[in-house]
Design a protein around this ligand. Sequence first.
Ligand code: HEC
Length: 211
Amino acid sequence: MRGNQTGRGAGRVWAAAVALGAALCCGLVPAGARDDRAPRFSRSGELLFPKDYREWVYVTSGLGMTYGPGQPSPGRSPMFDNVFVTRTAYREFLRSGVWPEKTMLILEIRRSEEKVSINNGGRTQGDVAAVEAAVKDTRRFPEDGWGYFSFDKEGGLVDRARPFPRTASCYGCHRNNGAVDNTFVQFYPTLFAAAREHGTVKPTYDPNRKP
Ligand code: HEC
């Protein structure tokens, strides 16, 4: 009997510990709070690679996109690109059509594959080929308001990256051709609808203009 009571007591303590753990883990830290920590910078101004970016909001995929002087390479498999954004920034964009300070977007580029498993036609996504980032921070990047980064390294990814210098092609192409702010919202279906609704598409945006 005594033994049983002790067993039940221990069970209760255990249940309380599990409940406390669950509260700490899942109750006090609301869903989506993790990506609120991005963007994070080192003291010397390097952007830290957000390991959990695939838990952010998925924005779009492009297949074999080329632009500017870039032409599709004959005989080479087209690459997929997937865009992700932090949840707080996504919600704010839907609300106002404007990217808030500290918005961070990731462009993940993946190889495409054919005839994997049961697949006869079409293409599926393969290994990561590159990961790039854009961060809106007008204090850190006073000229453009945005900084551009690449986490690419021969044969892998680095865990931190310096911003590209302002002379890099990223800045001009994004500034001149992005439909909203410095971003390519014209290719992001749910976001483009929000931008049109809020009237934040640049008046200079012309869907037929090629750079
Ligand atoms: C010639 C134009 C051009 C240049 C140069 C360019 N990009 Fe982009 N970028 C695009 C387009 C178009 C998209 C939209 C991709 C899609 O729709 O899937 C994009 C999307 C992105 C995104 C997703 C968020 C956004 O801004 O819409 C990031 C991050 C990004 N590019 C980073 C870079 C970086 C870093 C560089 C420089 C190393 C760079 N880009 C250079 C055209 C360009």
